[in-house]
Design a protein. Structure first.
Length: 248
């Protein structure tokens, strides 16, 4: 959460949703295992199915999870299938679209009041309306989720400072991977050239670094180990020996 005049801002809706370990566990199960029923999710997360359903409804309302009835030929009430929302999700279209549009409107207002950042303070490859739309959506997501972000000196990374979920991360490092995949989904849903391709736990939970590349660049220009689709290793070992973000 960002502070203003020394006063901490109120907790935004997305932060309140993601600050629940039970909801983060449900989201982790969906990201890791794919589409699941509420009963399977409840068992995996150790929750009563009614409690799991309430948490899932909250995640759906925030656009983090989608739900659709199973396709079946037999009679009877179909089961509802839950999935983690990603860039290809169409079921959450209106929710995510409204968020992206609102983020653009707020960013446009700020740009009218503030001078444009010098090129050296912007991410590489972020020129053009599509990339700007992605950055507006990402900035809004990080703000709503309670993160304070800055652009690294190499202009190819985002530094996330003072994780608001630090206490949760100490006991459950998989939370870092959940947030990373949410960031990937935001960029993909906003539909532009930028992709998040790596997560570096430099000094978690105090500093994490997200690698960002413009995928419109030729494949040969993308550094080794930074190709689209890389999944970061989130484990106790990786937290004990974090990657150096200067080497990939």
């Amino acid at each position: 959460m960002r502070a203003h005049n020394g006063v901490m801002a109120a907790q935004p809706p997305s932060y309140k949703t993601l600050a629940s370990l039970s909801r983060m566990n449900l989201l982790y199960q969906l990201q890791s295992r794919g589409t699941m029923t509420v009963n399977d999710l409840a068992e995996a997360a150790g929750l009563h199915h009614n409690t799991a359903r309430e948490h899932l409804d909250r995640l759906i309302n925030e656009g983090f999870v989608t739900c659709a009835p199973e396709t079946r030929d037999s009679k009877g009430r179909p089961k509802m299938l839950y999935s983690a929302a990603d860039g290809a999700s169409t079921e959450l279209g209106s929710i995510r679209s409204r968020k992206i549009e609102a983020a653009q409107e707020r960013a446009d207002q700020l740009r009218r009041m503030l001078p444009l950042l010098p090129a050296g303070q912007r991410l590489a490859g972020c020129s053009g309306p599509a990339a700007q739309r992605q950055l507006d959506a990402l900035d809004d997501h990080l703000d709503q989720a309670g993160f304070d972000a800055s652009i690294a000196a190499n202009r190819e990374q985002l530094n996330l400072h003072d994780c608001p979920y630090s206490e949760m991360v100490k006991e459950h490092p998989e939370v870092c991977g959940v947030h990373y995949r949410l960031i990937q989904g935001v960029l993909e849903q906003a539909d532009g050239p930028l992709r998040a391709v790596g997560l570096n736990l430099i000094d978690a939970p105090h500093l994490c670094v997200i690698d960002v590349v413009a995928m419109s660049a030729p494949a040969d220009d993308v550094p080794a180990g930074r190709a689209q689709g890389i999944t970061p290793a989130i484990s106790a070992a990786s937290r004990a020996q974090p990657r150096n973000h200067a080497t990939h």
